[in-house]
Design a protein around this ligand. Structure first.
Ligand SMILES: Nc1ncnc2c1ncn2[C@@H]1O[C@H](COP(=O)(O)OP(=O)(O)OP(=O)(O)O)[C@@H](O)[C@H]1O
Ligand SMILES: [Mg+2]
Length: 286
């Protein structure tokens, strides 16, 4: 169990949380920006503790607007978002940061310290962990993101690729039960996409909930078991990755193309929807 969860449970005098203690419950969520643009037009869904979910959909579909509700950066115009038993309108952004970590699409919106070590330590320090815990969390987050040898470097002396890893590390170090990545692979080279996939896997092994917005359909297909497709502020599809990625025509309405191998499998008449090389080869052998 994550330290933060335990701490919150003890703080509240509650019994220890159960497996589903960090369930996200979204009920009929609507959001209209002050400009009058309605970005979310009635979203209802739940995400269980430990789920790995990819959110896809065309530009402007409402993906970022949706996840900004999970940590209170945006407040519903109507409807509600619960992070376990916390309604996001009743808890401050800094309180919600104990439960939900959010990595911005652009790391430069997030980084402001003189060196990588300080940057990554900022979050856990702010959450009130003691010195030893902060050191342990920082060391662990740096190792997970392969930044250990860059601890003294100024983030702005790093390439944009590595700055992205610093942004990931600074959120991972907060040890929240829920971690959100907004477009983690955009602008990243293949090596770094693999690094980011390793981070997602490591978080899954620790039982974290990982919600990732992505336009990278191969990254989505390789790393996520559940896929939610949004279109015009509504849920278009939500289900097992194979089922969702198999709905080529519906996905096309939100400008998402299934992976090439998925489409090829369909053309070859595979009964099962395949989403990666392994599944493709297994079907081919049948
Ligand atoms: N700060 C804002 N003020 C006004 N309208 C906004 C703001 N941010 C987003 N919008 C609008 O809300 C809608 C949803 O935007 P959002 O950023 O949530 O989409 P998205 O799915 O994350 O898109 P992208 O894939 O381009 O990141 C769009 O019509 C967008 O123009
Ligand atoms: Mg976005």
């Amino acid at each position: 169990m994550a330290v933060a969860t335990l701490e919150v449970a003890l703080e509240r005098g509650n019994p220890l949380p159960t497996k589903n203690s960090m369930k996200i419950t979204i009920s009929d969520l609507h959001y209209t920006y002050p400009t009058g643009v309605t970005a979310l037009a009635g979203i209802s869904l739940t995400v269980d503790s430990g789920e790995q979910v990819a959110i896809v959909g065309q530009n402007g579909a409402g993906k970022t607007t949706l996840v900004k509700h999970f940590n209170g950066l945006l407040q519903p115009t109507a409807g509600s978002v619960l992070i376990a038993d916390w309604g996001t309108t009743e808890y401050s952004v800094s309180k919600l940061a104990r439960r939900v970590g959010y990595v911005f699409q652009n790391p430069d919106e997030q980084l402001f310290c003189k060196n990588v070590g300080q940057e990554v330590a900022f979050g856990p320090k702010n959450l009130g962990y003691d010195k030893e815990q902060v050191e342990r969390l920082v060391k662990d987050a740096l190792a997970m993101t392969e930044l250990t040898d860059k601890v003294e470097t100024n983030p702005y002396d790093l390439s944009a690729t590595w700055r992205k890893m610093v942004a990931l590390a600074s959120v991972i170090a907060m040890d929240t039960d829920i971690v959100i990545f907004d477009e983690p692979t955009t602008g990243q080279d293949a090596v770094n996409v693999t690094r980011i996939a390793h981070v997602v896997k490591a978080l899954r092994e620790r039982g974290k909930t990982v919600i990732t917005i992505t336009h990278d359909i191969d990254f989505c297909a390789e790393n996520f078991e559940r896929v939610i497709a949004l279109s015009q502020g509504r849920v278009l599809l939500d289900g097992q990755a194979n089922d969702v990625l198999g709905q080529e025509e519906i996905l096309a309405t939100t400008y998402v193309d299934p992976p090439q191998l998925t489409r090829l499998g369909k053309r070859l008449g595979f009964k099962k929807t395949v989403r990666n090389e392994e599944e493709f080869l297994a079907e081919l052998k049948r």
